[in-house]
Design a protein around this ligand. Structure first.
Ligand code: SF4
Length: 154
């Protein structure tokens, strides 16, 4: 219930090289701290919950961009669930990278940018510092996230 609006199946990936001071989940930095799961296994868990939407967090899913792109593609092809994704990269950095940018076509809402400890603000929804942007990549009927920004993809 904390990883985006409503009930969600949250996938916490291992691996993050942003190393933001004050990170909420530093145990996720080492990619070897996770356990391997196949896309089929993840799809089985996601589809078993008919109510929940899906969140990608971690860690940073964009360090496993090819696998998360395929997972996101399958979620969109096989369910009507929306996908929120957190990343320490900015959307501009993602768009400039051929492999990472492929995932954006399947993501509904991206929360981008590193956590900046000096700007920590616990009143913000779904993010820790105001530099992090809630970017709706698909239209939302009712925006419950004040401060969400509109960005047109190139
Ligand atoms: S991007 Fe997120 S998971 Fe990675 S170091 Fe920063 S706060 Fe932690």
């Amino acid at each position: 219930m904390a990883d985006g609006p409503g009930l969600r199946t949250s996938i916490y990936c291992a691996g993050c090289r942003h190393h933001c001071p004050g990170c909420h989940n530093p145990q996720s930095w080492d990619i070897n701290n996770g356990h391997w799961m196949s896309i089929d296994e993840l799809m089985e868990i996601i589809k078993a919950d008919s109510i929940s939407n899906v969140s990608f967090s971690g860690g940073d899913p964009f360090y496993q961009a090819a696998a998360f792109t395929e997972l996101a593609r399958r979620i969109k092809a096989e369910t009507d669930k929306n996908i929120w994704c957190w990343t320490g990269f900015t959307i501009e950095q993602i768009e400039a990278d051929a492999e990472m940018s492929r995932m954006l076509q399947y993501i509904d809402t991206l929360v981008d940018g590193p956590f900046i400890l000096e700007q920590r603000d616990t009143s913000l929804l779904f993010r820790g510092s105001p530099n992090q942007r809630i970017i709706h990549l698909t239209p939302v009927e009712e925006d419950i996230c004040p401060g969400a920004v509109e960005i047109t993809l190139k």
